[in-house]
Design a protein around this ligand. Structure first.
Ligand SMILES: [Zn+2]
Length: 282
């Protein structure tokens, strides 16, 4: 089977080859990052750097692209195997390391067309935010809210809009996250303790894979948009996504009022931001 056959069903949509030079850094190969990577590979993206220091555990399987046959394997190896099954021509780099202590992360980000931010903790998110802003590399972050009631996707576009820290400043003034992020609001140490104690509230917090899939679908779309923004000629069937932040509600649970509720927001660079600083004029 050659590559023409592999992409025959999507080739009429856009020149799949236009995406083949893009290099995507996948920061976190869990249920979110794994799905985004798979969707990107199925869209014609061919070069990936996979980051995750974890091993696939039994409790991961029900939501991860990798099933039971990968139990005990490093997530970067398991995800790489699934991606190569889709397209054996992929170029994959595997980094089974902690993003917080990884020495060559800056160089790796600089080599990337776009960074997929799919880690599950704020320190890694903010480290990648800072490196991307300093090097003007686009990133897209996706998060699923407690119990999968919804989620959010934010796209950092260098020189156009704010960064992740700007988003936090803006969200303090908006009601979208009221009551939906209790897990994210506690420190890592506290979270570990709570997982250990199996407090029902925390244990119940993750959503179904189908709820996560709505967010990873938006996440993937924003990554394709970020790649398209770097091309000389924009693919006809990848029209620009205007706003850089999207909030999606899966169910009518506070702060959402109906099933499948969507809000789009343009997050501007904030003057008080300690990371990107000077407002949209920079
Ligand atoms: Zn900022």
């Amino acid at each position: 089977m050659n590559e023409d056959q592999l992409f025959a069903r999507i080739a009429p949509l856009f020149d799949v080859g236009a995406l083949s030079d893009a290099r995507v850094l996948i920061g976190g190969c869990g249920s979110g990052g794994g799905q985004v990577a798979q969707q990107l590979a199925m869209s014609g993206v061919r070069r990936f750097s996979l980051y995750d220091s974890d091993v696939l555990e039994p409790e991961n399987v029900i939501r991860h692209i990798c099933g039971r046959r990968y139990l005990g394997q490093k997530k970067v190896d398991a995800v790489a195997d699934v991606l190569l099954d889709r397209n054996p021509a992929l170029e994959l780099e595997r980094h089974a390391v902690d993003i917080m202590t990884c020495d060559d992360l800056v160089d790796q980000v600089r080599r990337s067309t776009v960074v997929v931010l799919a880690t599950d903790n704020d320190p890694t998110r903010y480290r990648l935010n800072q490196i991307c802003v300093e090097n003007r590399i686009p990133f897209v972050i996706g998060k699923v809210f407690t119990r999968g009631i919804g989620g959010e996707v934010f796209s950092y576009r260098p020189c156009e809009g704010g960064c992740l820290a700007c988003l936090e400043i803006v969200l303090e003034r908006l009601p979208f996250r009221d009551g939906v992020r209790e897990i994210d609001l506690v420190s890592d140490e506290e979270r570990q303790k709570m997982y250990g104690m199996e407090i029902p509230e925390i244990k119940d917090s993750p959503g179904l894979n189908v709820d996560i899939a709505f967010i990873t679908a938006f996440h993937t779309r924003f990554v394709l948009d970020a790649i398209a923004r770097t091309l000389d000629e924009r693919p006809k069937f990848l029209p620009p996504i205007e706003q850089n932040y999207l909030v999606w509600g899966n169910r009518p649970v506070h702060p959402f009022s109906k099933n499948f509720e969507l809000q789009r927001i343009q997050v501007h660079a904030q003057e008080g931001c300690l990371v990107c600083g000077n407002g949209d004029s920079q």
